[in-house]
Design a protein around this ligand. Sequence first.
Ligand SMILES: [Fe+2]
Length: 296
Amino acid sequence: MLLMKITLETLLGETTKEEFLKHYSENRPLHTAKMGAFLKLPFLESLENLLEFWPVGIEAMDPVVADEAKTLELAPEGAAELFKDGRALLFNDANLYSAELQQCLSGLQLELGLSALTYGRNLLYATPKGGGNAPHFDQNINFVLQLSGKKSWWVAPNTHVENPLTRHLIGSEMDPELQSYCPEMPETFPAGGEEFLLQPGSMLFVPRGAWHKTLAHSDSLSLNFTYSAPSWLDLLSAALRGRLAQSPKWRGTADFVSDPLRAPQAIENLDLLLAELAVDVQSWRAESLLGATEHS
Ligand SMILES: [Fe+2]
C-alpha cells in the first residue's frame, strides 16, 4: 500500500496542534515548510497520471477571470492541450473518486472537531507556470498541499467583513446576502498580507474569510482539503426546522399572506405562532440542539 495517511499531525510537521488551534481561532494562516508525511497515490504523481485516472469532467479556468466562478467544463482528453495553452485546471470533489482521499478527508474533519453538517471535499488544481487565482476570499477553511512545482500564495486578513457566509471575488458582483452585512469591498488586493512560497511537501492553512491570491512559478499541482463548516446560524436553522416540523400549526400553509383583504388574519396567525415559540425557546438548551445536528 503506497498511501501514507494524512492526519492533522502529518500536515503540521513540526507545529503542535495547540499552535495550529491558536492560528485557527485567530483566523491567521499557517505554513508548514515540510509536512511530516506525504500522500503517495499514483494519480497524484503527475498531471499526466491524474488526467488518465480522472473519471469525470474537468473545469478549465478562464485565463482572464482566473477564478472558479468562471470555468469551462471539458473531458479529460482535451485538458492537456488547454493546460499547455496556459489554462489552469480544476478537479472537483476528488474524494468521490478515491476512497483513500475520502478516508483522509473524513479523518481530518473529525480531528478538527467540525460539525457533522460540514461539507468537506478535495479539490485538485493544476496551474501552468505564470497562472494563478485572482484575489478573493472563501467562506470555507482550506488546507493546501503542494504536490509538485512552486506556487506563491498571498494571504491578507479580512478587515472588510467578519465571518462571511459566501465567497467573494474582487471586482465581481456581490452576493445580495453578503452585501446586506458588508456594503463595501476593496477594488484591489488589501494591504497587510503575507507571502508564502509553497514547494513540494509544504502545506498552507488558509483561514475562513482570509483574502488570498496565487501565482505559479512553475507548472504546479496542489491538493486541497476544503471544509465548509456550518455557522451557529446554520446549526440553529437546521435544529429549528427539525423542531418546528413536529408542529401541525407550523406545518400549516402560509395562507393569504399576499391577499390585501385577508392579510391581517395571516399576520395575527403568525404572531400567535411567534408568541408560542418565544415561550418554548426559553427551555431550549445548546446540548439538545447539538444532539439533533451532530447525531452523537
Ligand atoms: Fe480560494
